[in-house]
Ligand binder design. Structure first.
Ligand code: FCB
Length: 459
């Protein structure tokens, strides 16, 4: 079967500032919470940090060329807030703005449409020192940052993403301490999530004003949740987990209300649950142009009173394939998710802003990286994405995570998600088999029948 996408479908790859840039102390960049977190003993695997990462801060021209060679027509990257406002608010650092200004121009010059994420987790440390996202003032800090960036880039950037995965930023950063700033306070995490969402609501009109005619959206981590058994307890656990990860954010953004079952559940857990004023919810639910979906897997969960996340525990699926981050490979989960979003929330457009897999790739004797499992993963997920399109889901583009191997947060450099291999000591980039495969898909605007392709180009 040949799977063909519409001619204006966007074929992209995604990265994030702290994961690839390096140049951590250059041209006036301030410190972020990730710089601090990486210094905390035991916080990041092998004591890794983003000081150098993929050295994209210096190699960006070559990296744009690489994207052009792959045939990408879109690129999703994030802006490092501490490069723009080293103290978080107030003084603007022109060199920081210049860097992204040049990048945006170079992308357009190569026919690549920049998708700019304002916040992919690198909060200026100075703002964390003032309390970070659990503080309501954070909404004003983010609005100021959005103003500064969009004033400079708003004439050329046509697609804006306010936040990347507020659930992860709030819950892993403030709730369980796995990510920066490493705090363990679930009620503070809920306040952080609320302020992340509210700051999105405040930023949307700012972006629209400074970047007329552009599209504005937010990216969520969304995952289908399945119960481990048909028991009432496991089904309730799956609903709870869905409320925790998916509905809490989707209902706020698309229905101006947090899900009642989750409010009730949280109230029973904590007496200090914050108030969520109805007016805040109205501001959060400001209409947007698209929803960004990050999806990697599905979760199968069972009820467990000691479970860290809303009294649920993950269950490993017998016989299923798992990636190097222990995520089940489940392409059908992607179409299920997209159809559910379309049915329950009906965003005007959807982009898959991240999808991909970590595998322990290494160059072979010929210097080639034959990541057949990633090719299979991508083929499976793109086929399911197409199934959703056929069912009427307004899916407008796909961004593979990631353009290149990079700093995978608390897992440091131990996990490789790239379609391009990075040899960190030399910073050499090697396009993996998956990168070549993806370039072929982009060229053909879809997945060609494998047999036919093999007949055309043997070997
Ligand atoms: C997502 C993040 C991204 C990357 C992938 C693997 O949660 O947005 O930065 O780490 O997971």
């Amino acid at each position: 079967m040949t799977v063909t996408f519409l001619p204006d479908f966007l074929w992209g790859a995604a990265t994030a500032s702290y994961q690839i840039e390096g140049g951590a102390r250059e041209d006036g960049r301030g410190e972020s919470i990730w710089d601090t977190f990486c210094r905390a003993p035991g916080a990041v695997l092998n004591g890794d940090n983003g000081d150098v990462a993929c050295n994209h801060y210096h190699r960006w021209r070559d990296d744009v060329r690489l994207m052009a060679d792959l045939g990408l027509n879109a690129y999703r990257f994030s802006i490092a807030w501490p490069r723009i406002l080293p103290e978080g608010v107030g003084r603007v650092n022109p060199a920081g703005l210049d860097f992204y200004d040049r990048l945006v121009d170079a992308l357009w010059a190569s026919g690549i449409r920049p998708f700019v994420t304002l916040y992919h987790w690198d909060l200026p440390q100075t703002l964390q020192d003032r309390g970070g996202w659990p503080e309501r003032e954070s909404v004003a800090w983010f609005a100021e940052y959005a103003e500064v960036v969009s004033r400079r880039l708003g004439d050329r950037v046509r697609d804006w993403i306010t936040h990347n995965e507020p659930w992860v930023a709030a819950m892993l950063g403030y709730g369980i301490g796995l990510h920066a700033p490493g705090l363990r306070d679930p009620a503070a995490a809920l306040r952080a999530a609320h302020h992340l969402l509210l700051s999105h609501g405040e930023a949307v009109p700012i972006l629209r004003r400074n970047s007329p005619g552009s599209s504005v959206g937010i990216t969520l981590n969304l995952t289908p949740i399945h119960p481990a058994s048909e028991s009432e307890a496991d089904r309730a656990a799956a609903r709870r987990k869905d409320g925790f990860v998916n509905r809490w954010f989707l209902d706020a953004l698309y229905r101006a209300a947090y899900p009642a079952d989750m409010i009730e559940y949280y109230h029973a857990l904590w007496s200090d649950l914050p108030d969520f004023p109805a007016d805040d919810l109205k501001r959060i639910a400001v209409p947007t142009d698209f929803l960004g979906v990050n999806n990697y897997t599905r979760h199968v969960v069972r009820h467990d009173l000691r479970g860290v996340e809303v009294q649920t525990e993950y269950v490993r699926v017998e016989g299923a394939e798992y990636t190097d981050t222990n995520w089940e490979v489940c392409p059908a989960g992607l179409s299920e998710l997209l159809m559910r979003l379309h049915r329950d929330y009906a965003p005007p457009a959807i982009y898959i802003t991240e999808n991909g897999a970590a595998f322990p790739d290494a160059p072979d004797a010929n210097g080639e990286v034959n990541d057949a499992r990633r090719v299979a993963y991508l083929r499976g997920h793109l086929t399911e994405a197409h199934r959703a399109v056929t069912a009427g889901v307004p899916l407008c583009g796909y961004f593979v995570w990631s353009l290149m191997d990079n700093f995978e947060w608390a897992l440091g450099y131990s996990k490789r998600f790239g379609i391009v291999f990075v040899d960190y000591p030399t910073q050499r980039r090697i396009v993996k088999a998956s990168g070549r495969w993806y370039a072929g898909v982009i060229g053909a605007k879809g997945i060609e029948d494998e047999q036919r392709r093999e007949m055309q180009s043997p070997g």
